[in-house]
Design a binder for this molecule. Structure first.
Ligand code: NAP
Ligand code: ZN
Length: 384
């Protein structure tokens, strides 16, 4: 529901006031990137006569919501004020009491929001409750940016499946590694720092066991920008991950190995002893860990956003079956060459040009001597 037309716009000469305060909410919300799942990222600002008297963001699930924190800060000044938030205020008792009650109690006059909360317990009912209490409600400001910020939350609420990002570092000729499997490092420091910041904002990173064997990655987020993935996942149908793998030595985030029934129990015990959590999921037609089953299993662990970080076989399978919502591709001005050098998308590929996958909402970044391209492969997150 986007009722932008009914919104009251008070232009102060600095552009749309409503959009400006919603952008502030989005900035505040983003501070908790990677920390709030399964809850959304929410920021709230209380404004009285053009002056911000309260601003806050939701820090993590189970802790107070942004709206309550901002109202607390505003205290009695919230009476007659406008409350901005990037998502519809909640109206249900979850782990914390409903924000709608706090907004009504505080005597807020107007609520301005970006998008509706698709949680079936809310889904427009928060706005309705506010209107029923005589509060003026408008929604639809900066709604695309708000939907993108909470892409994982919106997708899991609507489909039960996490939002999937595919990420890779590539040479200009589209290779992930040389023909001998060497890939460290294709891109430079700035590109790797951006990749770590993206990693810090997702709930789980996933690699194929081929990458563990070739690169021995840690899969932690080492450049700040968020809490870091709660799960560092390896897809390993027969438990080939060595117990001394670096990702098992790290404390940040649970090292999770997803395997199949076919794995030997002795290997499982060795890996569990080394600190791994081992989960058995369904196998696909080729006896490998089934990717859709992995997503369902991760959703059950409150994972809203997953980043697939390679290698070629994993990304190829994911592209083939169409589960990648968005890609972040980092390109270095290098040519690797070689028909045997691993491509981003191997297998057969498409037959005709019009079958090629085209990215939507493409963004480019210059990162020192490298570039990044970001774009959606499936329907981009929409406000509704
Ligand atoms: N440039 C980059 O961004 C980047 C990133 C990562 C890796 N790399 C490079 O890529 C190479 C590794 O890539 P890779 O293609 O050999 O291996 P990979 O994609 O990392 O792992 C593939 C393996 O994962 C297991 N797997 C389990 N379930 C799967 C599924 N549903 N789909 C696909 N694989 C599944 C399979 O082994 P089982 O059958 O035994 O389970 C499969 O052989 C290395 O050279 C590494 O340096 C580059
Ligand atoms: Zn709330």
């Amino acid at each position: 529901m986007s009722d932008r037309s009914s919104a009251v716009s008070r232009d102060d000469g600095n552009g749309d006031t409503e959009a400006r305060f919603i952008r502030r909410c989005l900035e505040l919300a983003a501070r908790a990137r990677g920390a709030t799942s399964p809850n959304p990222l929410v920021g709230a600002v209380v404004v009285r006569e053009g002056v911000v008297v309260g601003s806050a963001w939701h820090h993590r699930a189970g802790e107070p919501h942004a709206e309550r924190l901002a109202l607390q800060q505003a205290g009695p000044q919230a009476g007659g004020a406008t409350l901005y938030s990037n998502m519809e205020p909640c109206c249900h008792h979850g782990r914390t009491p409903p924000c709608v009650d706090a907004i009504i109690e505080a005597g807020v006059a107007r609520v301005v929001s970006a998008i509706r909360d698709p949680d079936p317990r809310v889904d427009g009912k928060g706005f309705e409750a506010l209107r029923a209490a005589g509060i003026e409600v408008s929604s639809g400001f900066e709604s695309q940016a708000a939907a993108e910020l909470n892409a994982g939350y919106l997708k899991i609420q609507r489909s039960g499946i996490p939002f999937v990002i595919g990420k890779a570092a590539l040479s200009l000729d589209g290779r992930l590694a040389t023909r001998t499997g060497s890939s460290q490092w294709i891109t430079g420091e700035q590109a790797r720092a951006m990749a770590h910041r993206i990693r810090a904002g997702v709930d789980a990173v996933v690699v194929g066991v081929g990458t563990v064997l070739a690169d021995d990655p840690r899969l932690t987020a080492r450049h700040g920008g968020g809490a870091g993935p709660r799960y560092r996942v390896v897809l390993d149908s027969h438990l080939r991950t060595p117990p001394q793998a670096s990702l098992l030595q790290q404390r940040d985030g649970v090292p999770l190995i997803m395997t199949t029934q076919a794995a030997a129990s002795g290997e499982r015990q060795r890996l569990e002893k080394a600190g791994a959590t081992v989960l058995v999921v369904a196998a696909d037609g080729q006896g490998r860990v089934d990717l859709p089953a992995v997503l369902v299993r991760l959703a059950a662990l409150d994972v809203c956003t997953v980043m697939l970080e390679g290698g070629s076989r994993l990304l190829t399978e994911a592209l083939q079956i169409g589960i990648i919502d968005k890609v972040f591709l980092f390109y270095a001005p290098l040519l690797i060459g070689g028909a045997e050098a691993l491509p981003l998308w191997g297998g057969e590929g498409v037959a005709q040009m019009d079958e090629a996958r085209r990215l939507q909402r493409v963004r480019h970044y210059r990162l020192g001597r490298d570039w990044a391209v970001e774009g959606y492969l499936r329907t981009p997150p929409e406000p509704e």
